[in-house]
Design a protein around this ligand. Structure first.
Ligand code: 4NP
Length: 158
């Protein structure tokens, strides 16, 4: 079982989008039993709130539901509980390092660093552009799965 936690500031826009897009990709590849996938916030601002309507509406276009998801806070215990802890932007990584402590097991990554053009995920909180965020998230999640299959799963199941 590979455990993946996506992280952003509020856990209502970007990281839940990554959580549900990644779950969808993994399911379509028949790999859902190999993964535990979740998302969390570095800020307590939105804790307990449902996914932002911009993310919900965008994912609905692809038949993906986020029903039941509520924003939760990243805690120091998550460092031991997850294999991949993935921020959406560089500012998230700094907050994750503060909450999780030193990344001695190299578990902390920025999502688009798995792609050929490393960059931050576009932040829809400021732009209102959830299409751009979705494209970034989709590109990052495909690249992440490729990385995990190559580095972890091939050793276990292929
Ligand atoms: P997220 O978006 O980090 O992608 O969930 C945001 C949510 C809330 C705030 C900023 C970004 N905020 O400033 O409250």
């Amino acid at each position: 079982m590979t455990k993946v936690l996506f992280v952003c500031l509020g856990n209502i826009c970007r990281s839940p989008m990554a959580e549900y897009v990644f779950k969808d990709i993994v399911k379509k590849k028949g790999l859902e039993h190999e993964f535990f996938i979740a998302s969390a916030a570095t800020s307590s601002e939105e804790i307990g709130n449902p996914v932002h309507h911009g993310t919900r509406n965008k994912l609905r276009q692809y038949g993906i539901s986020t029903d039941g998801k509520r924003a939760i806070l990243l805690t120091s215990k998550d460092y031991q509980n997850y294999d991949y802890i993935i921020g959406m932007e560089q500012a998230n990584i700094q907050n994750m390092n503060r909450i999780l402590g030193q990344d001695i097991q190299n578990k902390i990554y920025r999502l688009l660093d798995f792609t050929k053009s490393p960059r931050d995920i576009a932040d829809p909180w400021y732009t209102g552009n959830f299409d751009l965020t979705y494209n970034d998230v989709q590109e990052g999640c495909e690249a992440l799965l490729e990385y995990i299959i190559t580095n972890d799963l091939k050793k276990k199941i292929f």
